[in-house]
Design a protein around this ligand. Structure first.
Ligand code: HEC
Ligand code: HEC
Ligand code: HEC
Ligand code: HEC
Length: 217
């Protein structure tokens, strides 16, 4: 084989390998809050000035899939047959709405089984039973989450999970005090990939994502 062609093939192989590896590296990073909780305003605070984006976001699963027990009517799942039936009264947070549901107790311990809504069945997840929800799941499920310090500012994926801490901006109204994915030097998709990979539920939406995220007004 000619050397030029060999080099070309080698480069092609590297590129094909590098793309998924890079996506995975971004995802492994997660969204980790390095700023203190006081730097965050919460999605409700953004509503006053950004009604359109707020209305769009409120309609997405991101805003609703992590709920406190007190805000949920009847608990999803047939608890009589559940491997975690003994912990039913301890449920403090309910995670998931459409496909499967995980349960978290008041000590932020994830219960060791999930309920598959479609099949109406429980699936044991022994690995989860030893997990602190804030440390193991928070980077993708909570806003302003620091998994090492086990803290967060808002349940679910709020505005500031993508835009970064916004307290200062909410007071100054200066565009320079807030970041926007896609306008901060890296592609918007890099922000998405911090939580989404190419395999799970909304993978197709991520693969075909070219923006904008908020529908054009
Ligand atoms: C008191 C009003 C006010 C509040 C509260 C507020 N903003 Fe803004 N925001 C503005 C104004 C004014 C602008 C600049 C004009 C525009 O682009 O609409 C702006 C611009 C932005 C931009 C675009 C920045 C750019 O580079 O163009 C983003 C993103 C944004 N805000 C996000 C948020 C988020 C997230 C929150 C909640 C944490 C928030 N804002 C709270 C007034 C506000
Ligand atoms: C790297 C990011 C990431 C981590 C870490 C993560 N998740 Fe998720 N999770 C997602 C994303 C993205 C979705 C939605 C799309 C999908 O299914 O992949 C999701 C969806 C879910 C759902 C289903 C929601 C529904 O409405 O059907 C459950 C339940 C869930 N995760 C539980 C957990 C638990 C429990 C942990 C921690 C032990 C965890 N996840 C850790 C990113 C993550
Ligand atoms: C902080 C983590 C995180 C980031 C960043 C993130 N997502 Fe998600 N997203 C989630 C989780 C978790 C769900 C799943 C909720 C469920 O399935 O119940 C989700 C759901 C979705 C859905 C399903 C529809 C819905 O109603 O929410 C789409 C589409 C989606 N994300 C696209 C994107 C795009 C595009 C980006 C980047 C601009 C992005 N996501 C960034 C965590 C994230
Ligand atoms: C999943 C990530 C994500 C979440 C969550 C999110 N945004 Fe955005 N936002 C973006 C992206 C990406 C852009 C760049 C323009 C676009 O793609 O729509 C943007 C743009 C904006 C802008 C600039 C004006 C515009 O539409 O271009 C404002 C203002 C804004 N977002 C406010 C909010 C507010 C308020 C919330 C919460 C109610 C929120 N965003 C939640 C990703 C997100």
């Amino acid at each position: 084989m000619q050397p030029v062609r060999l080099i070309f093939l080698l480069c092609l192989c590297c590129l094909l390998q590098a793309a998924p590896a890079r996506a995975q590296a971004i995802r492994d990073e997660g969204v980790i809050a390095t700023d203190p909780p006081e730097a965050y305003a919460g999605s409700a605070a953004c509503k006053a000035c950004h009604q359109a984006q707020y209305d769009h976001w409120s309609g997405t699963l991101k805003a609703r899939f992590v709920r406190y027990r007190k805000d949920v009517g009847a608990l999803p799942g047939k608890w009589g047959k559940s491997p975690v039936a003994a912990d039913k009264d301890k449920v403090f947070v309910v995670v998931g709405l459409h496909r499967k549901v995980a349960f978290v107790d008041a000590d932020w311990r994830v219960l060791g089984a999930e309920y598959l809504l479609g099949k109406g069945k429980w699936k044991e997840r022994p690995g989860w039973a030893r997990s602190d929800y804030r440390s193991k799941c928070g980077m993708c499920h909570l806003t302003g989450c620091n998994p090492y310090e086990k803290r967060f500012t808002e349940p679910g994926v709020g505005c500031e999970a993508c835009h970064g801490p916004g307290k200062r901006h909410a007071e100054s109204e200066a565009p320079s005090d807030i970041t926007t994915p896609g306008r901060d030097g890296s592609p918007a998709l890099d922000t998405c990939r911090r939580c989404h990979n190419d395999r799970n539920n909304h993978a197709e939406a991520i693969r075909s994502f070219t923006g904008p995220y908020h529908p054009a007004r």
